[in-house]
Design a protein around this ligand. Structure first.
Ligand code: CMP
Length: 141
């Protein structure tokens, strides 16, 4: 039986600054993702640290959280069969130098830090990340 899955994606400040929001959302829709919820917001450094807490010990944690709190983000809750893996495929590799043609990062990412888009890396991460940005009533679809 095929089951629907939900995932969280963030259009990052570099992509927002480059007017890539519309192009990236079009890719979600063309590739069969249903948009359940969407909002544009800016987060604080502290909120970015909470969101990326799993990376707290990494050398890039400080620059990552500075960057993610540096401007507007667009966060979306997406639904599709196999949404977590399919979104990561559509995004392309974290480092755009390794991203395949036709992926969002290949087109819009500048480097491994300014890489245009985030997507949850597993189903349990998606649950945490969806609940970080959206209240239950916003996802009650
Ligand atoms: P994202 O999918 O948002 O998840 C964590 C982010 O950390 C990742 O995208 C990159 O933007 C960033 N990141 C991962 N690895 C590195 C690295 N080696 N150097 C700098 N930034 C990194």
């Amino acid at each position: 039986m095929k089951t629907l899955q939900r995932t969280l994606t963030i259009i990052k400040p570099d992509a927002v600054r480059r007017n890539a929001i519309g192009d990236i959302i079009e890719q979600f829709e063309k590739n069969g993702f249903r948009i359940l919820a969407m909002k544009m917001l800016q987060i604080s450094k502290h909120q970015a640290e909470q969101f990326y807490a799993v990376h707290a010990s990494r050398p890039f944690f400080n620059t990552l959280t500075d960057f993610m709190s540096s401007g507007s983000l667009v966060v979306l809750a997406l639904e599709k069969e196999n949404a977590v893996a399919d979104l990561r495929k559509l995004m392309g590799a974290t480092n755009p130098a390794n991203a395949e043609d036709g992926t969002i990062r290949r087109k819009w990412a500048t480097n491994i830090e300014h890489n245009a888009i985030h997507g949850s890396d597993a189903e349990d991460t998606a649950r945490f990340e969806l609940s970080f940005f959206f209240a239950g009533y916003e996802l009650a679809k």
